[in-house]
Design a protein around this ligand. Structure first.
Ligand code: TRP
Length: 330
């Protein structure tokens, strides 16, 4: 069985954007692949090092978000990044094989640096694609299902692996070159029309939101601003709600757009349709969430057991890496 590895930083609860772009896909893939899910708490430190208590809480939030959408703890290996020694060790070895310049030119690093307002990047932040390469390769993952923003990191990782194998492999592949598996769903924008969805922007629907929270948030979404009266014809191309229908009401999408264009449906009714759809998707998640929230010990066990398995795999990997580099003593 081929292996996939993917996961999230533990910097807060996951939202519908995560679901549409990634979690939905994970649930499908878990039956076909040996699925490793990383709770990236070390990577979370690269931006949230001053908020360790938030990271600690988010470990449980993100774990439960993943379980609530239907990832099966009996099938997957969910583990905590900071518990995996191999990731820390490989990060150090890999850091010799990547230039500071190539990290500085990584487009995602550049965008994120701007977003966080860093004009003076920390060494850890600049280097997180290196540590992410360790996240992926410590278990020799074949595929990495991620959003498009992560592509530069995967590419950077592939280069590191190629360099490692060329330098130390003596013709053999010590570390597998991972491949990105990009989800084909378009990135979900914020309810306010902002291209990014996020906690700090207050424009996201969380997987843990209640029916009422979803209804209130959808009501506040920005639609076609030129449509003032229900009699005005709308333009779905510039409407946030339409983007959400495209993602979550696929079978009705064309129909809804047409009704909007002909002024056969008003924004209020259109939003009600959307809230219903979203709540229908979230309903089964809410049930599983309620179970895990009452059984936090079980969630802890899932992470501890997953980390144990990941450590076994990782320790073997580090052994063969060190051997290849001839830095061992026997
Ligand atoms: N960087 C990813 C994100 O921000 C999270 C992540 C950490 C990850 N390590 C990973 C994703 C390894 C895929 C593989 O969403």
């Amino acid at each position: 069985m081929n292996r996939i590895l993917t996961g999230d930083r533990t910097t807060g609860k996951l939202h519908l954007g995560h679901y549409a772009g990634s979690l939905q896909n994970r649930v499908k893939l878990q039956d076909e692949y040996d699925t490793f899910i990383i709770l990236a708490d070390v990577q979370a430190l690269t931006t949230h090092f001053e908020r360790p208590e938030l990271i600690r809480k988010s470990i449980y939030d993100v774990a439960i978000d993943n379980l609530s959408v239907g990832l099966d703890p009996n099938k997957i290996t969910m583990f905590l990044q900071s518990k995996i020694n191999a990731i820390a060790e490989l990060t150090v070895f890999y850091s010799m094989l990547v230039s500071v310049n190539s990290l500085r030119h990584n487009p995602t690093i550049k965008t994120e640096a701007k977003q966080y307002g860093y004009d003076d990047l920390s060494y850890g932040f600049l280097g997180y694609p290196v540590s992410q390469t360790a996240d992926i390769t410590f278990c020799n993952a074949d595929l990495v299902p991620v959003g498009e923003d992560q592509l530069p990191h995967i590419e950077q990782g592939r280069k590191i692996v190629r360099r490692f194998n060329d330098l130390y492999g003596k013709g053999k592949v010590i570390i597998k070159e991972p491949q990105a598996l990009i989800s084909n769903t378009p990135r979900l924008i914020g309810l306010d029309g902002n291209s990014k969805m996020g906690k700090s922007l207050g424009n996201a629907i969380y997987l843990s939101d209640t029916v009422e929270e979803v209804n209130i948030k959808v009501k506040s979404a920005i639609t076609d601003k030129n449509r003032i009266s229900i009699k005005d014809k709308g333009n779905p191309d510039i409407c946030t709600v339409s983007k959400y229908h495209q993602a979550f009401s696929r079978d009705e999408y064309e129909n809804i757009c047409e009704m909007c264009r002909n002024a056969n449906i008003g924004c209020v009714a259109c939003k009600e349709l959307l809230s219903k759809r979203i709540n229908l998707i979230l309903e089964p998640f809410r049930e599983r969430r309620a179970y895990y929230e009452e059984h936090l010990g079980e969630v802890g066990d899932i992470i501890v057991n997953g980390s144990e398995r990941a450590n076994k795999v990782g320790n073997e990997m580090v052994e063969s890496v060190k051997k290849a580099m001839s830095i061992y003593i026997s």
